[in-house]
Design a binder for this molecule. Structure first.
Ligand code: GDP
Length: 283
């Protein structure tokens, strides 16, 4: 799903978030484990201040696990609870309810001291488009859950999903806008397919990915496509087209097709688990 953001969208998204955030105790923020910084919008720190915070490294199955662990440490050091998740396959989902309770411990204790017992903790899921919010909500809620409908004192129309006696989840996620002003960030978002490919054309984008892989994962392209490393990414792209028989009209090589093949293989994890940015300093 591709999104085009305009100032009007951002204002509306922010207003919705400000409204919904008042209703909850905990913000569950999804980031893409391959680009945990580029897939965040830092405004959430201001919007979610005074709330318990849980960061989910989603699509952890597509990122290198040693870096997933390093990123988990990075976010923990900033005071967030963190879980590595594969929403598509359900990895990490089971632990979430316990982590939510733990993250809201202080709130539950405060309630208890005031004599408020058994008030469920309320949470909402937020993140930029395509990060996996809907998939995660479905994985967490499963089939067993019932929607609780409108409640007194809650803005009309809000639907809550009761996960158990102690936790309720707002059924619609909050959408954050990506940081598209930053070129390097835009490029990483384009790599994972979360930006309209129009910031660069397909071949330019593939060439940038080839450059990145040549530096950080030099074995990946030779192993996958039997290509020779080359300083010039277009030479590599040409080799991919040749070795994968990407041709048009008879036997003319089609590097556009090769570029799409490469991007598609990368996005679907067929090049292996790859992390595109690292906590110590970004690539
Ligand atoms: P949303 O826009 O944030 O609600 O994102 P979606 O839930 O629609 O997910 C976007 C795409 O990412 C879909 O194709 C999902 O199947 C895929 N996806 C979501 N979570 C995961 C995950 O943990 N691992 C993988 N490999 N794919 C995922």
């Amino acid at each position: 799903m591709h999104f085009q953001w305009y100032p009007g969208h951002m204002t509306k998204a922010k207003r919705m978030m400000q409204e919904n955030i008042k209703l909850i105790d905990l913000v569950i923020e999804l980031v893409d484990a391959r680009i945990p910084i580029s897939s965040r919008n830092p405004d959430i720190d201001e919007l979610g201040k005074n709330k318990a915070r849980l960061v989910l490294l989603n699509k952890a199955d597509l990122a290198e696990d040693k870096w997933n662990d390093a990123w988990a440490e990075y976010f923990k050091a900033k005071g967030y609870s963190v879980v590595k998740v594969n929403s598509k396959k359900g990895g990490g989902i089971k632990s979430i309810q316990g982590v939510i309770r733990e993250a809201c411990k202080e709130k539950i204790e405060r309630d208890r001291k005031r004599g408020i017992l058994n008030r469920p903790v309320r949470a909402m899921v937020v993140g930029i488009p395509n990060v996996g919010k809907s998939t995660f909500i479905n994985a967490l809620a499963g089939k067993a859950c019932a929607k609780t409908g409108n409640k007194p004192g809650v803005t009309k129309g809000k639907q809550w999903i009761r996960l158990n006696k102690q936790v309720e989840l707002l059924d619609t996620p909050g959408i954050l806008w990506p940081k598209f002003e930053d070129q390097a960030v835009g490029l990483r978002l384009a790599f994972i397919g979360s930006m309209k490919d129009e910031i660069l054309n397909t071949e330019e984008l593939a060439a940038e990915l080839i450059k990145f892989l040549g530096t950080y994962y030099p074995d990946v392209l030779p192993e996958k496509y039997a290509v020779e490393p080359d300083e010039d990414p277009y030479v590599v792209l040409h080799q991919i087209a040749k070795n994968r028989n990407c041709v048009v009209r008879g036997n003319e090589l089609n590097t556009e097709k090769a570029a799409m093949l490469l991007l598609d293989d990368f996005r679907n994890g067929r090049l292996g688990r790859l992390t595109l940015e690292y906590p110590e300093g970004v690539c």
